[in-house]
Design a binder for this molecule. Sequence first.
Ligand SMILES: Cc1cc2nc3c(=O)[nH]c(=O)nc-3n(C[C@H](O)[C@H](O)[C@H](O)COP(=O)(O)OP(=O)(O)OC[C@H]3O[C@@H](n4cnc5c(N)ncnc54)[C@H](O)[C@@H]3O)c2cc1C
Length: 402
Amino acid sequence: MAIEKITDFEKCCGCGVCAALCPKQCITMEPGAEGFLYPHVGADCIECGLCQKNCPVNKDVDDAESYPRRVFACRNLDRDVLFQSSSGGFFFEIAREVIACGGVVFGVVFDAGNRVVHAKAETLEALRAMMGSKYVQSDKRGVWPEVKAALQTGRKVLFSGTPCEIGALRAFLRKDYDNLLCTDFICMGTPSPAVFARHLHDLEQRFGAPAASISFRNKKYGAYTHSLSITFANGKSYFRPQYAEPYVKSFHSRIYLRPSCHHCSYKQAFRLSDITMADFWGLTSTDIPLTMAGGVSMVIVHSAKGMKYFDKVKGRFTCYETDMATARRVQPMLTASCAPSPVREAFFRDFRERPDAPFSGLIGRYEPIPLRDRLRARLKTLTGLRRLVQGLKRRFPALRHM
Ligand SMILES: Cc1cc2nc3c(=O)[nH]c(=O)nc-3n(C[C@H](O)[C@H](O)[C@H](O)COP(=O)(O)OP(=O)(O)OC[C@H]3O[C@@H](n4cnc5c(N)ncnc54)[C@H](O)[C@@H]3O)c2cc1C
């Protein structure tokens, strides 16, 4: 049986609920040509149809107004938490609250091999690994039965993921649990794990050691923006802001998002989560008296359960209430899917046909980084400035005495 018997290839979000529910365990999740996971149905299939019936993307998501949604702008009062988080540090506080009650948190981490995976945290130390956005689609193999097992113990469970991952969890569980809290975020889309793996491999070769820590939202250099920052096992480090970082720049140009992200049925104000988080882009166009410095979370509460948790943690933030009209205006990604880049197909053709080509060379044909931006990025860090001066002196011997 081909994937089309479960759902359309273009619609499949790679959640793996079909594989987790298959009574014959004959569905496996395998990387496709672009590096995203897709179901492969084995010969033992008895055509029971359970996979198709419970596939989350086959279900309609209603844009129903069930609970009077409330929208907030929040900035964490704890500077350390704020600087380790992508936006205003909302996720950590809600997750900390669940752990403090003896609960379990499921979220996304880099595993020991730097693959992006959904994992479980029962301690604050494990929770810290979940902080920060990883702009790569997570591997969820094995997570759904683990969430269910945790729920069945009666402990509080927080599951955090993309909107389609919340849809997947609900489809897998097939019933509501009082002890389950779900958070999602406003999601542009998830990039290919294979593309990130190739870029990381190139950087590890260049710096001569495996990556020891990776961050896409390093706030150390002042600007509150996207970037890629890696510390390698030999102590060397790499930092580039979005405009000069080939992977991050082309992520924002939507060159290698999962096909289903371009027509996502979960991109609506109605959510299957209790709380939606986001960056409060467009904050300066509102009357909220906060600046974006350090990061501000947009928090949309969708349920009474979400409001109960919000009330428990709100004292840990500078917090202002706003409304859905503002959220919709400043965050078009709340309700709309983005179109794929016009170079998407050409890029993936190159990516497949030239498996040994370095990522930055491949992507440079489609998303070049102007010299001006490379220089700007170097000037951003003192190390960069020092290397630039050294480079100029090597190139222009007359400068060596300066
Ligand atoms: C792929 C992706 C696309 C996004 N697109 C947008 C966008 O278009 N607009 C916008 O405003 N915000 C977007 N975000 C959300 C934003 O970057 C922040 O994650 C969010 O605002 C929460 O920030 P925080 O400061 O509260 O906590 P943080 O500590 O930064 O939040 C981390 C949370 O994100 C989860 N997470 C991290 N990586 C992934 C992943 N790959 N898949 C699923 N969950 C993950 C962690 O499990 C944790 O729960 C995106 C995030 C991701 C991962």
